[in-house]
Design a protein around this ligand. Structure first.
Ligand SMILES: [Zn+2]
Length: 217
């Protein structure tokens, strides 16, 4: 995984970042040390109207139905900077208790899309269950897909596009030839589409998180 603060490569099992010393309690100092209960769609920045939220919820439900071993969460807020946004993603997947996510799904099954209303940045953070299927380039592609909509203030439409792109990527990955036994149970639930090219990728065992700037400035 990459350190959410200095973005250098660190080992998932490490207690903290050997480069900058980042530990979870640093993120706690920014966002709170308590477990936070929230819904998987939380528009704290108030970027969406009711019909927008309904649109996003529909896309999230579709994703969760298609990939029952994973879940998607969307959070908007004001994080005062891109570094904080990255740390927030890391923090929320550690401290968040998503009350509308089935209890059998731990946060390591989560993929979090976070939007910073202030800096107009977005980031995607994923737990290690998804990391066998996703790379940082993938999450960047998802955010890029949404970028034009977000620039126009069409937050919900952008989020829906990002989720659709994520599904497309995961479906493609599920058709790849070689998977470790640990991933096979997750794979069986995927519904591949026809005519998708398949490529071999060796999944690694470390947790990865990815963020990508989509600043409009
Ligand atoms: Zn670091």
């Amino acid at each position: 995984m990459k350190c959410p603060r200095c973005v250098q490569q660190i080992h998932r099992a490490a207690d903290g970042c050997p480069h900058c010393g980042f530990v979870l309690s640093d993120a706690d100092a920014l966002f709170g040390a308590q477990e936070v209960r929230l819904r998987s769609l939380t528009d704290a920045a108030g970027l969406m109207r009711r019909q927008d939220r309904a649109k996003v919820e529909k896309a999230m439900e579709r994703f969760n139905r298609r990939f029952p071993q994973l879940f998607i969460a969307v959070h908007t807020g004001s994080f005062r900077g891109f570094s904080n946004l990255r740390q927030f993603g890391f923090w929320l997947l550690n401290r968040g208790a998503f009350e509308d996510v089935p209890v059998h799904l731990p946060n390591e099954a989560g993929i979090l899309l976070a939007l910073d209303a202030e800096s107009k940045a977005a980031g995607m953070t994923f737990g290690y269950r998804a990391e066998a299927f996703l790379t940082e380039e993938d999450t960047f592609r998802c955010l890029s897909r949404a970028h034009a909509y977000w620039l126009e203030g069409r937050h919900a439409d952008g989020i829906v596009r990002a989720i659709a792109q994520l599904e497309e990527i995961l479906i493609k990955r599920s058709r790849q030839a070689w998977w470790p036994m640990a991933a096979s149970s997750a794979l069986r639930a995927y519904r591949p589409l026809p005519n998708e090219s398949s490529r071999g990728t060796r999944p690694s065992t470390s947790r990865k998180r990815s963020t990508a700037a989509v600043s409009s400035s």
